[in-house]
Design a protein around this ligand. Structure first.
Ligand code: MN
Length: 150
């Protein structure tokens, strides 16, 4: 992989020179809505990657869990995060940590894009999606049910 230049100027619209705007995930691989991905740093010396995800108003990431963790800094706008049993509004530059095997999802508020930086291990396990049973259990919490039905 061409690791590219050491210095990449930012461009308008939360883009960076030479950084490709990618689909969040492969279409149909998992539920998500109106979200894009940019890989900002992906170098073998790091052992981790830094990505920038951005949702349009009303967009959301996948509800998932996995063994690897995420270190997230909200970078643009405001939205709502689910981390385990907790549903909280968050905005730039709040920090969000996703522990191992913890259900998590990000949802943009209406009216503005919602973007976050996400640091993750380069070598990582595949995300798991909730079964119908696990989804039912999550929704027993009214705050989580309201969040998921937004
Ligand atoms: Mn995840």
């Amino acid at each position: 992989m061409d690791e590219g230049p050491n210095i990449r100027p930012a461009q308008d619209g939360f883009r960076w020179e030479g950084v490709e705007l990618l689909a969040y995930k492969e279409e149909g691989s998992a539920p998500f809505k109106a979200i894009t991905r940019q890989v900002l740093f992906q170098r073998p010396e790091l052992g981790c990657e830094l990505r920038y995800f951005e949702m349009q108003p009303g967009g959301h990431s996948t509800l998932e869990r996995h063994e690897h963790v995420h270190a997230v800094m909200i970078f643009r706008g405001r939205g709502t995060c689910l981390v385990g049993g907790e549903v909280r509004e968050a905005g730039a530059p709040d920090l969000v940590f996703i522990p191992p095997m913890t259900w998590h999802q990000f949802r943009a508020s209406a009216g503005e894009p919602f973007g976050f930086l996400c640091m993750v291990n380069a070598a990582r396990d595949k995300p798991q999606l909730p079964s119908a049973d696990e989804l039912r259990q999550l929704k027993e919490d009214p705050a989580i049910a309201a969040f998921l039905d937004t």
